[in-house]
Design a protein around this ligand. Structure first.
Ligand code: NAP
Length: 487
């Protein structure tokens, strides 16, 4: 059918060449490939134009109800405004932003809406949820209260849902999976919920499905990576870089979600569910943030040709699943160690693909909105995953008391016997010392020591640091973090 179409159009093009037609026809018969190629190109262009007109005519209307018109919601509206014609003509999807739900109708918006569109702004959640013409709800308001109502009620009403809300997904994962099982016709997209613009969710949903993942580790929070990169590059202290990050709009006025590790905890839990099938109660994930890191730690890390990164790690060790969030000493010869600024990186180690690294923008209007749009288009085109969490269960036992080599920074008052006491405390807690280094004494009240341990359980290191603090010679609380050296 296609062949006869091509033939028919090619005859038409040849006939319509006008002056010199006969010569051209004879040239054609003589087999001039240049002319033939030119004609073929014109023919194909013509067919493409006709097909696109056809596709445009038959582009299926897909109505969106968007919750939130802030950083990400604004980006989604603007991408649709810029690409709507392409979606219609090439993808056969007539995407329409029907309604947008916000808190404040008076607020000036900083994005384009699709031309000629009749977007209705509302403050009523039900105005969208109860509208049967809305095919898909896009939840971009954040938080876990109203956002939960939006997503869960939309699913119950048979509307597809796309969200960028990692906190919501991670906190209510079990309930969400059950709800999706009960509503198998609903598609649920969450690409934007983890690492903004990096398509790590769809990779774990598809490319790694036949593989056996052993470890997922990476930098999953741009704010803290920006801050740590500044501390590393400028030798600045935590408080100084936090202020700078806040002034630049990278960090919130209340930075806890980022700097205490909550954001990474939600993200690594979602990735662990996709990679290993295990649903992890968030409270069970050991979590340490970056607030205790000082410029001294960066100086020690540098001596080891390493740096410090806030990491989310989920890995299988001896048929057990370790998962944790912690700052780690990361070698600079590793892709994670050299990923700086607000950039994110996720490294996946798996049986077949070995080590794969995915680097990109972890946040921001357009990277995140792009991930939202990839889910929206997959749903609108009918090529979305029916079950977003394909691995339903796991035989892996969750082991939160993970093992690693550790770095421990100890500031002590200069006294005879301190090193002996540190050695004794290590022995008491079964921690083997790999190295112990003291910087030359400048101030007798604060002498800096760096202890590197052999592999130990995190619980042993916790007991060791408590023991050190109680021993009476420490100037402040010792600070420990694992080393990224082994699987
Ligand atoms: N920003 C990023 O780079 C990024 C990256 C990855 C994931 N995310 C996730 O994306 C989601 C949205 O983040 P964002 O940065 O776009 O937030 P945002 O800029 O603060 O925007 C939030 C929007 O939601 C609206 N809103 C809030 N509560 C509402 C409610 N109860 N009812 C109706 N509307 C409500 C606000 O309305 P008003 O404008 O009227 O106040 C605003 O338009 C969050 O889950 C976040 O974690 C963000």
């Amino acid at each position: 059918m296609m062949r006869s179409g091509v033939f028919c159009y090619s005859r038409y093009v040849v006939r319509s060449l006008g002056v010199g037609q006969a010569r051209q026809q004879s040239t054609l018969r003589a087999g001039d490939h240049t002319l033939q190629n030119g004609i073929r190109a014109a023919v194909l262009k013509n067919i493409a134009r006709q097909q696109s007109t056809l596709q445009e005519k038959h582009a299926a209307v897909f109505n969106l109800g968007i919750f939130g018109a802030g950083t990400v919601g604004g980006g989604v509206c603007e991408i649709i405004a810029n690409q709507q014609e392409f979606f219609r003509s090439n993808l056969g999807v007539d995407l329409r932003v029907s309604k947008v739900c916000v808190r404040d109708l008076e607020k000036k918006r900083d994005f384009k809406v699709p031309e000629g569109s009749d977007v209705e702004y509302t403050t009523s959640i039900d105005n969208i949820l109860d509208d049967p013409s809305i095919d898909c709800v896009v939840e971009l308001i954040g938080g876990t209260t109203d956002a939960k109502t939006v997503c869960f009620e939309a699913i119950k009403k048979g509307k597809h849902v796309v969200t960028a809300n990692k906190a919501l997904v991670a906190e209510h994962l079990t309930e969400l999976v059950e709800l999706l099982e009960a509503n198998p016709k609903v598609y649920f997209g969450l690409e934007a919920a983890v690492c903004g613009g990096i398509p790590i969710i769809s990779l774990l949903q598809s490319a790694f499905l036949a593989d056996s993942v052993q470890q997922i580790a990476g930098i999953m929070n741009g704010t803290t990576n920006f801050m740590l990169s500044k501390m590393e590059g400028e030798g600045a202290d935590y408080a100084v870089v936090l202020k700078e990050a806040q002034d630049l709009g990278f960090a919130e006025a209340d930075p806890s979600a980022d700097v205490d590790g909550y954001d990474v905890r939600a993200k690594v839990s979602i990735l662990a569910k996709l990679a290993f099938g295990t649903t992890i109660p968030l409270d069970n994930v050991p979590m340490a943030g970056i607030t205790g890191i000082s410029s001294d730690d960066f100086a020690y890390a540098k001596e080891m040709n390493s740096t410090i990164k806030l990491m989310g790690v989920a890995r299988v060790v001896d048929s057990q699943l370790n998962i944790f969030v912690s700052p780690m000493i990361v070698p600079l010869n590793n892709a994670i160690g050299t990923t700086s600024g607000a950039t994110n990186i996720v490294e996946v180690r798996s049986q077949s693909l070995q080590t794969s690294s995915f680097v990109g923008e972890g946040a921001g209007r357009f990277p995140t909105a792009n991930s939202v749009m990839s889910d929206v288009l997959a749903i609108a085109q009918g090529r979305a995953m029916a079950r977003p969490f394909q691995r339903t269960h796991s035989t892996l036992k969750l082991e939160t008391d993970f093992m690693s080599s550790f770095y421990v920074r100890i500031r002590v008052q200069d006294q005879i016997g301190v090193i002996r006491r540190i050695g004794e405390l290590c022995e008491t807690h079964g921690v083997s010392i790999q190295a112990l280094q003291q910087t030359p004494v400048v101030d007798n009240n604060t002498v800096l020591l760096c202890l590197l341990t052999d592999r130990a359980k995190v619980s042993q290191i916790d007991l060791l640091t408590v023991g050190l603090e109680r021993a009476g010679f420490c100037a402040d609380r010792p600070f420990a973090m694992p080393l990224l050296t082994e699987a």
